[in-house]
Design a binder for this molecule. Structure first.
Ligand code: TA6
Length: 309
């Protein structure tokens, strides 16, 4: 099975408004409430693709209970979340229906005590014994040490389980130094890490910091991958308009599945780009348009980038 870790799970609310205007009151035309946090979205996409998947992390309070109840309806997702005394955070995505632009508000999350963190580490090491690959996803809740992902990467490597990291800021910086198999920063995260806004240079720099492979998500320009086997750019079929929240999580779903299978990089990137574009067409994160995914698979262009690795 594939294991996804979401230390800071969330109950995601998506509000649609006809037009988002600062300082104005808005009539909401549609609301959805879904289990969220990056690793949960990754898991729901993997389950929809028929992959056995286990989710771990923390959940607590009334929002944690609502999240767990909805997750139980996702066939194929095994819930190994641990209880936390605090309340699982809420996130709000406000979608402007006119432009499709999304404004995201993320709460910080519950305070995790040292005892809760220690309990998580024991449970994680046990889950690794039956994992084919692990994805470590999203921000850290308060109380979890900033070097948490580095610790989890070292444990995965010791257990010989391939590991992917998708986070930002100092947890990303420290995590990369622990030598994960793949990191998936977006353009902003990559620039913050390396100080360079030039994707090719920044991707190479991120690899030098310890990651075996770096896959940068560049929005409409697709993915740029620097790996031990070579470097590639994978471009989406065409500009896809919709809700981009969760598109990066679908990239992670395809990459971690490819990591578990050790499939060739161009194949992993093709699936990642097609799945990500199909996710933009779905109304909420963690879901994708299955027919569009099949169609996009034949239309992704993967080109080799000499000298990028
Ligand atoms: O990528 C979308 C999303 O996973 C939302 O579902 C939301 O929960 C958020 O990102 C969490 O991101 P964060 O970086 O705060 O952990």
């Amino acid at each position: 099975m594939i294991l996804t870790v979401t230390l800071n799970t969330a109950l995601d609310f998506t509000y649609r408004v006809p037009r988002l205007t600062p300082h104005a009151s808005h009539r909401v035309t549609d609301v959805t409430e879904r289990p969220g946090g990056k690793g949960l979205n990754v898991a729901r996409v993997l389950a929809a693709l028929g992959r056995p998947v286990t989710v771990t992390g923390f959940a607590g309070g009334s929002t944690g209970a609502a999240l767990r109840a909805q997750l139980a309806e996702d066939i194929g997702v095994r819930d190994a979340l641990l209880d936390v005394a605090g309340r699982t955070r809420r996130t709000v995505a406000v979608v402007d229906e006119r432009t499709g632009d999304t404004t995201q508000l993320n709460e910080p999350g519950p305070l995790v005590s040292p005892a809760e963190w220690a309990r998580f580490l024991t449970s994680y090491e046990e889950l690794l014994t039956s994992a084919d690959a692990v994805a470590l996803c999203g921000s850290l809740p308060p109380g979890v040490p900033v070097g948490a992902y580095a610790r989890l990467i070292r444990a995965a490597r010791a257990a010989r389980v391939p590991v992917l990291l998708d986070t930002s800021g100092e947890p990303l910086r420290r995590g990369i130094a622990a030598r994960p198999d793949v990191v998936k920063p977006n353009a902003d995260e990559l620039a913050e890490l390396t100080g360079s806004h030039e994707p090719l240079r920044a991707t190479r720099d991120a690899r030098r910091r310890g990651a075996h492979a770096v896959v940068a998500s560049l929005g409409a320009d697709g993915l740029l991958a620097a790996t031990p086997d070579g470097a590639w750019q994978a471009a989406p079929p065409a500009a896809v308009r919709g809700n981009p929240t969760g598109a990066g999580d679908s990239v992670v779903a395809a990459l971690v599945a490819g990591l578990a299978e050790a499939s060739p990089w161009p194949r992993r990137l093709t699936h990642a780009v097609a799945l990500s574009a199909a996710t933009v067409l779905a109304p909420v994160a963690g879901e994708f348009d299955a027919a569009a995914y099949e169609e996009f698979l034949g239309r992704v262009a993967v080109t080799e980038r000499a000298g990028a690795a």
